[in-house]
Ligand binder design. Structure first.
Ligand SMILES: [Zn+2]
Length: 308
């Protein structure tokens, strides 16, 4: 399998064997600032080069899995992804044309759902039928496992990051156009941005805010508490609606470990009355989840085509 994940700041790519073993991995810059066409050209070039590498290494490419952020139209294979400057871009058609081999199926899927699928198949959500993968990174989106299936809602489901939890004057404008979204307070990017706005100096991402938090910095403590408060609200809402038995938190913020997880557990526990209480754990596949999910989806396609 050739697998490429366009979520996150760099493109994560790999060659993955049928048993899930990663034979080759690399990352490449995503030329976001150069526009949507440049991003697409880089993706096509990457897929073609990785296919050539697989062949040169003596492997046969059985399928290609590409995962992207944003909204994918499953029928047309077009993608709307603001941070890749794609607005209805025909990604699947371009991939088919670039690969030029009808025997190699191409699977296009959502990055967070692919990550959730990988966590479900071989990570923190193994063995669950109702669970949630929630990566807290540049943005926040959810992969929702409901009654044993990952819910995609025709490509639109799982946008928990864009539900409103902040009302009134303190609500900040979100990239999606709404005000006070979860993502404006609790994503890794928001934590860095909100600290910088209050302290009047730029910080090196949420990681530096966590270091400041550990050192007793008051602004860091406030920004962190704000994030925890809305995350607890979001997890209680999700738990009330969909009754997960396990929630796996991923993305950059989970690097904080128990500093993040224990207050979430305590906060959710304190709020629940009748609802089934979920376990709250760290996701285990890290940055590789999306890429691995792309490969798993691609392999599923090959297997189902062989059976039909
Ligand atoms: Zn939003």
């Amino acid at each position: 399998m050739v697998a490429v994940d366009l979520g996150g700041t760099r493109m994560k790519c790999g060659l993955v064997a049928a048993d899930g073993a990663v034979l080759h991995r690399e990352t490449r810059p995503t030329p976001r600032t150069a526009g949507g066409r440049a991003v697409l050209d880089t993706l096509l070039e990457t897929v073609v080069e990785l296919s050539q590498k697989a062949t040169a290494d003596g492997h046969r490419v059985r399928a290609i899995g590409v995962v992207v952020p944003g909204i994918i139209d499953a029928e047309t294979g077009t993608v709307v992804a603001e941070n890749l400057a794609w607005s209805g871009t025909p990604v699947r058609a371009e991939l088919i044309a670039a690969v030029g081999d009808d025997d190699v199926p191409i699977v296009l899927a959502h990055d967070v759902r692919a990550g959730g699928y990988a966590e479900l198949r071989q990570g923190a959500l193994t063995g669950t039928t109702n669970s949630l993968f929630l990566p807290l990174g540049t943005g926040i989106a959810a992969a929702m496992v409901v009654d044993g299936r990952l819910v995609s809602g025709d490509g639109y489901a799982g946008e928990l990051g864009h539900t409103r939890f902040i009302h009134g004057e303190t609500a900040e404008l979100c990239a999606c156009g709404q005000w006070g979204c979860l993502e404006t307070v609790a994503s890794a990017a928001a934590i860095a941005r909100r600290y910088a706005a209050r302290a009047g100096r730029v910080v090196d991402g949420s990681r530096e805010v966590m270091e400041l938090l550990a050192a007793g910095d008051e602004i860091a403590a406030q920004v962190w508490q704000d994030a925890l408060t809305v995350l607890i609200e979001a997890l209680v809402l999700y738990t009330t609606l969909l009754a997960p038995t396990r929630i796996a938190i991923g993305g950059g913020l989970v690097g904080a470990g128990e500093t993040l997880l224990q207050p979430l557990r305590d906060g959710v526990h304190a709020r629940l009355t009748f609802q089934r209480e979920p376990e709250i754990v760290a996701a285990v596949l890290g940055e590789e989840a999306g890429c691995l999910g792309a490969a798993l989806y691609a392999w599923d396609r090959v297997t189902s085509e062989e059976q039909s």
